[in-house]
Design a protein around this ligand. Structure first.
Ligand SMILES: NC(=O)c1ccc[n+]([C@@H]2O[C@H](COP(=O)([O-])OP(=O)(O)OC[C@H]3O[C@@H](n4cnc5c(N)ncnc54)[C@H](OP(=O)(O)O)[C@@H]3O)[C@@H](O)[C@H]2O)c1
Length: 275
């Protein structure tokens, strides 16, 4: 089983499937990370706000994997936005993770009402030179927010991590990303909290390939060229979610799954804010 690797515009690479870790706590995250690495994952997604970076770091150490073989993402909390504050924010994440560097550091939310994301981004640029992160990117940014970074800062984000699944396919954000060589990373790739996985279209395609609806959805993410970070704390589902590289969807199947888009942008609500 080989997980495809996407190239970032800064020359680094990102595995197209990663393990999501929200809402696991430290005790739950460590064994989930071990199970994921044993199943072949080489990409783990966490955030300061999740409160589980210690558990993620413990899982990495428990797995015995070489640090260089792993891609670790964390996200800067809103509390650390503003000029230079990201230095302390990333230092705290690294301390909790027990790592010298992360592969990818994201601004978790633009928080445009605070208007600090540009100065935060300029500090991110310094954190690359300091060797504390290999790549930098954003999360939950609209194209308008990214446009400001392009106009006012030096480096372009390598990724934008956004909510994306067959119910919310975000064609505008994806094409903006493609036009600017910004990789789209899908959070809630399985549509957590919706009845997506019970959809009959997915059930039909899953039966054809002897796969589960979740595997069909994750394969769809691969086919449309985004990175997906499904969360599971269950060893079997963790393994299932990466066992998607022995089948491909037809163009018609990809189109039928994309057509499940409900057209409703759920926006940002206070429950998901910060995850
Ligand atoms: N940047 C952001 O603002 C942001 C926001 C939200 C999430 N995220 C990141 O994205 C990751 C994934 O998103 P998410 O956790 O919201 O949603 P998700 O990955 O779409 O769905 C997770 C849910 O699906 C279940 N599940 C996993 N695999 C399954 C399978 N094969 N079959 C059936 N059910 C399955 C999980 O339960 P079990 O654990 O019981 O398997 C869990 O309840 C998060 O963990 C986090 O790392 C980022």
């Amino acid at each position: 089983m080989t997980v495809p690797i996407l190239r970032l515009h800064d020359g680094n690479t990102i595995p197209q499937i990663g393990l999501g870790t929200w809402p696991l706590n430290d005790e739950q995250a460590a064994p989930a990370v071990v199970a994921a690495i044993e199943a072949g994952y080489r990409h783990i997604d966490t955030a300061y706000r999740y409160g589980n970076e210690r558990g993620v770091g413990q899982g990495i150490r428990d797995s015995g994997i070489s640090r260089a073989d792993l891609f670790v993402t964390t996200k800067l909390d809103g509390a650390f936005q503003g000029e230079d504050r990201a230095i302390a924010g990333l230092d705290e994440s690294l301390r909790r993770l027990g790592l010298d560097y992360v592969d990818l550091l994201l601004i978790h939310w633009p928080l445009p009402q605070r208007d600090q994301y540009v100065s935060t981004w300029k500090t991110f640029e310094q954190l690359i030179s300091a060797g504390k992160t290999r790549s930098i990117g954003v999360s939950n940014f609209k194209p308008a927010h990214i446009k400001r970074l392009l106009a006012e800062a030096t480096l372009r984000p390598t990724v934008n991590q956004i909510q994306l699944n067959p119910c919310i396919t975000r064609p505008d954000e994806r094409s903006y990303g493609e036009a600017h060589e910004i990789v789209t990373v899908a959070w809630s790739p399985l549509g957590r909290g919706t009845d997506l996985l019970g959809n009959p279209t997915l059930a039909g395609i899953a039966a054809k390939y002897d796969k589960t609806p979740a595997q069909v959805v994750l394969r769809w993410h691969i086919e449309i060229g985004v990175v997906a970070i499904p969360k599971s704390a269950n060893r079997d589902r963790i393994a299932q979610n990466i066992d998607i590289f022995d089948f491909t969807l037809t163009d018609e199947e990809v189109a039928a799954i994309t057509a499940l888009d409900t057209g409703a942008d759920p926006g940002v609500d206070s429950d998901t804010m910060g995850h």
